[in-house]
Write a protein that binds this ligand. Structure first.
Ligand SMILES: Nc1nc2c(ncn2[C@@H]2O[C@H](COP(=O)(O)OP(=O)(O)O)[C@@H](O)[C@H]2O)c(=O)[nH]1
Ligand SMILES: [Mg+2]
Length: 284
């Protein structure tokens, strides 16, 4: 299958972001902890040049903690602080406060020398769609003032939201575009549901996911669905597994035929919800 990303209003969003960047001290870049490479905007280093930087490995509750630790190390080696996060947990301001103070230490010390105390740090949240920007902002400010959902919100004029962490957040997150240079990137975005499923062939996407799971998370499907699994020399192992999943879930059509499409959709849903366990798709 061909995994395509439609860049949409890319130049418009670059320009908007460059304007907003003039106003801020800190770029808080949110990525998905299961796919930090593919969910990272390739131009962010250029765009965020000269700003303090923080990478949030979000949805860490769904990722393998050992792999997330490797990613933190990977970013540290590039000189970027990265922290794991579950944006659905309330009260992010408290956990973020010391981290942001550490990342922006230079500015805080510079201010202090000039006799300026507690000037808030101005920060912008950015990231590709669906990584949890709105959820993060909501938890950070402690009330549901930013829209959450899978669609990017309507852009209003820039407003600052005060947080309990001596940080002012730009109310609208910067929506970035993902990498779309290669098929693996597209496939990984599709695995976690960050690509519109309507433009994908669900059975083929599920087959790609099953192929990944059987290699990198062997046994998880068999355990979760209570299925027998297939032998290594099976000719179409993904199709055979989908059939077993359909039967085990009772997804049957007329004449006792397994409903493969339904099994495929269910497999994707269960993976995205973390029901097979905490699985990272990408390692540094
Ligand atoms: N499990 C989990 N789900 C999250 C987390 N952060 C956000 N989500 C979910 O991911 C989806 C997209 O979040 P949203 O904030 O709308 O993403 P945005 O497009 O970047 O603003 C929503 O269904 C959120 O509930 C997290 O840390 N863990
Ligand atoms: Mg949003």
């Amino acid at each position: 299958m061909n995994y395509q990303w439609y860049p949409g209003h890319m130049t418009k969003s670059v320009r908007a972001m460059q304007e907003q960047l003039k106003l801020i001290d800190l770029v808080i870049e949110i990525v998905d902890a299961r796919i930090p490479f593919s969910s990272r905007n390739p131009d962010i280093d250029k765009l965020g040049n000269g700003k303090f930087r923080l990478v949030i490995l979000n949805k860490a509750d769904l990722a393998d903690p050992n792999v997330t630790a490797l990613w933190k190390q990977h970013f540290a080696e590039k000189g970027i602080k990265a922290v794991e996060c579950n944006a659905k947990a309330p009260g992010l301001a408290k956990t973020m406060k010391p981290i942001i103070a550490e990342v922006c230490r230079e500015k805080i010390e510079r201010d202090k020398k000039r006799g300026i105390l507690n000037r808030p740090i101005r920060a912008m949240i950015c990231g590709i769609p669906n990584v949890g920007k709105s959820t993060y902002i909501n938890s950070f400010i402690g009330k549901a003032a930013a829209k959450t959902g899978n669609k990017p919100g309507v852009t209003r004029s820039n407003q600052w939201i005060r947080t309990g962490a001596n940080v002012e957040l730009l109310d609208t997150p910067g929506i970035l575009w993902p990498r779309f240079e290669d098929q693996t990137v597209g496939m990984h975005l599709a695995f976690i549901g960050s690509m519109n499923d309507q433009i994908l062939i669900v059975e083929e996407l599920a087959a790609d996911l099953i192929r990944f799971l059987e290699t990198d998370a062997a046994g998880k499907l068999e355990e979760y669905y209570h299925i027998e699994g297939v032998s290594a020399d099976s000719e179409h192992p993904e199709a055979a597994l989908l059939e077993q999943i359909a039967r085990s879930r009772g997804f049957l059509k007329k004449g006792d035929e397994p409903d493969i499409e339904k099994a495929a959709a269910q497999t994707l849903e269960d993976f995205r919800a973390g029901r097979f366990g905490r699985i990272s798709v990408e390692r540094p």
